[in-house]
Design a protein around this ligand. Structure first.
Ligand code: FE2
Length: 332
């Protein structure tokens, strides 16, 4: 399939993938708008991931991001290591292969990544993630246009993420603006990833090991190589087959807390045996870093209690990052 999918029905018919058209929600009014948002929640509960079309992100931005990503990763290793995340206490810069172990039963993730994030002023230094959010981003010196491309992508994807939180709130029966005053100081981190092709006979290596994302959501763009697998809330493995022009929405652990367990975080991994490298990019997005994650008003039934402690976003995500990252590459 080479054409950008133009409608939910076309994608459902052709690939059997769950698809949500954000433009339909954006343009609808009243009961029709609420019904479309409700459908979003139903698709989330059934599949755990959705393809978002009608998101408004220009195709040229996504193709430009992949092109810039290739230029970055094609540099010499020594040049990439000049901005390794190991050089600072932060989370930004180059992340070499095997410096993260997302699944402790593996020998480490085979992918390499670049990360940069929205920086927040006056972060409470007591938060577990404070150092990572206040350490300046690191940028390559020899890839012209890389920084504005990444920063522009973060801003654009942040807008989509805020809209999807509004859809979530409305779909759950609350007001669509429920999250509006809770997303001015979010963690918004963009990662660019390159997954090497793996030996088809090796069943132990992983591009990235099985995990769930600790944020509210991740928004993913992927090239046409494939290899991403997700586990549905019913326990079914599914290939998240690339859908041209679509953003992939994956539920993170904080949405589980906001919904008191109604929306389950989506376990996923990447195994690339396609015979060529795979490129992807994703934005991780939370609500305000220094505010607690509560339960959305109206979610709790009479007598039902919150299942999770009201932990601050920056403490929760900071703790989860430390569980994954090692300070040196893992022995093969
Ligand atoms: Fe993930």
């Amino acid at each position: 399939m080479n054409q950008i999918v133009q409608s939910e029905q076309a994608a459902d018919d052709e690939l059997g993938l769950p698809v949500f058209d954000l433009a339909v929600w954006r343009l609808a009014k009243g009961e029709a708008k609420r019904a479309h948002a409700h459908r979003f929640i139903k698709l989330c509960q059934r599949h755990g991931f959705l393809y978002i079309i009608g998101h408004g992100v220009p195709d040229v931005l996504i193709s430009g991001l992949f092109e810039m990503s290739k230029r970055f990763f094609n540099q010499d290793m020594a040049e990439k290591q000049r901005i390794s995340f190991l050089q600072t206490g932060g989370n930004g810069g180059y992340i070499p292969p095997k410096s993260e172990v997302t699944d402790q039963t593996t020998k480490g993730d085979l992918k390499e990544s670049f990360a940069a994030g929205h920086r927040i002023p006056d972060v409470n230094p007591a938060l577990a993630i404070a150092e990572k959010l206040t350490t300046p981003n690191q940028w390559p010196q020899k890839v012209p246009g890389f920084r504005p491309m990444v920063e522009g992508t973060i801003d654009t994807f942040r807008g989509v993420a805020r809209e999807l939180l509004a859809v979530t709130a409305e779909g759950l029966g609350g007001p669509a603006d429920f999250f509006d005053d809770k997303v001015s100081r979010p963690i918004a981190t963009l990662r660019l990833n390159r997954y090497p092709t793996q030996d088809p006979s090796d069943d132990t290596g992983v591009g990235i090991g099985l995990h769930t994302d600790s944020e509210c959501m991740s928004l993913l763009v992927q090239d046409d190589v494939g290899g991403l697998q997700v586990v549905s809330p019913g326990g079914l493995w599914r290939d998240a087959t690339p859908l041209p022009g679509a953003l992939l929405f994956i539920i993170g652990e904080q949405l589980t807390r906001w919904t008191n367990g109604m929306l389950k975080p989506t376990p996923h991994r990447v195994i690339n045996k396609a015979g060529r490298e795979r490129y992807s990019g994703n934005l991780f997005f939370t609500t305000d870093v220094d505010a607690p994650v509560g339960v959305i008003g109206g979610i709790l039934k009479p007598g039902e209690k919150p299942r999770y402690p009201a932990e601050l976003v920056g403490d929760y995500v900071g703790r989860r990052i430390k569980e994954v990252q090692v300070r040196d590459t893992v022995a093969a």
